[in-house]
Write a protein that binds this ligand. Sequence first.
Ligand code: ZN
Length: 477
Amino acid sequence: MRRLIPALLLICAAALAQRGPGASTRDFIRTDAPVLALTHVRVIDGSGGAVLEDQTLVIQNGKIAAVGPAATTAVPRGAQAMELRGYTLLPGMVGMHDHMFFPMGGNPPQYSNMPISFTRLYLAAGVTTIRTAGSVQPYEDLELKKLIDAGKMIGPKMHVTAPYLEGPGSFTPVMHTLSDADDARQMVAYWADQGATSFKAYMNITHAELAAAVDEAHKRGLKVTGHLCSIGFKEAAEIGIDDLEHGWVVDTEFSADKKPDLCNEATARTGRVTLDIASQPVQDTIKFLVEKKVAVTSTLPVFEAGVANAPTGQPQRPLLQQRVLDVMDPEARARYLAARARVPADSPSLALLKKEMQFERDFVKAGGLLLAGLDPTGNGGVVAGFGDQRELELLVEAGFTPLEAIRIATLNGATFLGEQNSIGSLAIGKQADIIVVKGSPDQNIADIEKTEIVFKDGIGYDSDKLIRSVQGTVGTR
Ligand SMILES: [Zn+2]
């Protein structure tokens, strides 16, 4: 018997460990009451409309059952009530360039999935839906999605993008090299069958390959985006691409030595420094993209991370936030700090960031659909979730009002995904994907960093607990 007890304990422990993901998700849930009323709270509905003061929002069966003035909106009998004076509700963010992977350093550069930390950090920061915008471990991304949908792991709702569609000459070996247009078509067909719902063309793809990929994807009702270089924006719009990642700051079509199907980013970058966004050629491209209904995904944090350190004593950009450094493992932290320090003081990165901001403003003014993401790659300073919050702050710096920036990061993404009837804004009948923020992000967008609870389909997760559970792990898992 004395020998039996430890053995039994071991078996029980193993059984518990097997229940692991399912059991531990409970630890992060603040509330999953079947009927919940959030009372006396400010509401930003995500449509761009004015903030509503002193509201009550009722969640029932994972959906928004009622929202209106606290004075006239009844709290249903038996509902759990949560009084939230001093708090603001906004829709869960729809992150459109939200990879599951992170840079691992090395030469040539390596990238790996962060399946534990990134899933939690996205949700903790208020990102309830992501498009992965390119995958380096596609089978894992698809399985993560299944686990999250089944409630066995915590994370955002995932729209998995297939592996990159890239031609010869890639700077990283994490991408398949396409051999021709037929290969591109087959790749789209294969990953669509596996469950990918979008595709990402990359810097060295040829015109013929992109055309084949777009054709195959559109036949299946799926969309293609691109971080392009070998193909200019107008050329891609002509082919029928649906979305362009990063914006003008990667467009090569204005480069003097642009040759068909070839990427020469170095020359293009030099040309960009002197190119005026207000000039006719850039404005013509904006007009053409809007006409062709091509969206643009803003990813300002990854460009901000490439800006040189300011001299000691001056305000630093990018902000070196302790909460971001704390979730990194020591190696990732050291890699990022070293990369930051290496940016030459005379780098044009800051000027280019400002021009990109102007491009995004002009694109929206012209009627374009701007989407938001973070792109957790670059020099390793952009981390899931925190980067999405930073994107909101940078959109405001770009000249959008906080309410416009919130709409770009919520309803615009939902609209692009075709899910605007179920997510992206706070309205009766929509899924209860809601961020609970202490403060007033409509007045001070940085209040988004004071996110305390994030509801996904009506289940409220504790942001702080989620963040604390992944301290020191980004760069490892
Ligand atoms: Zn990216």
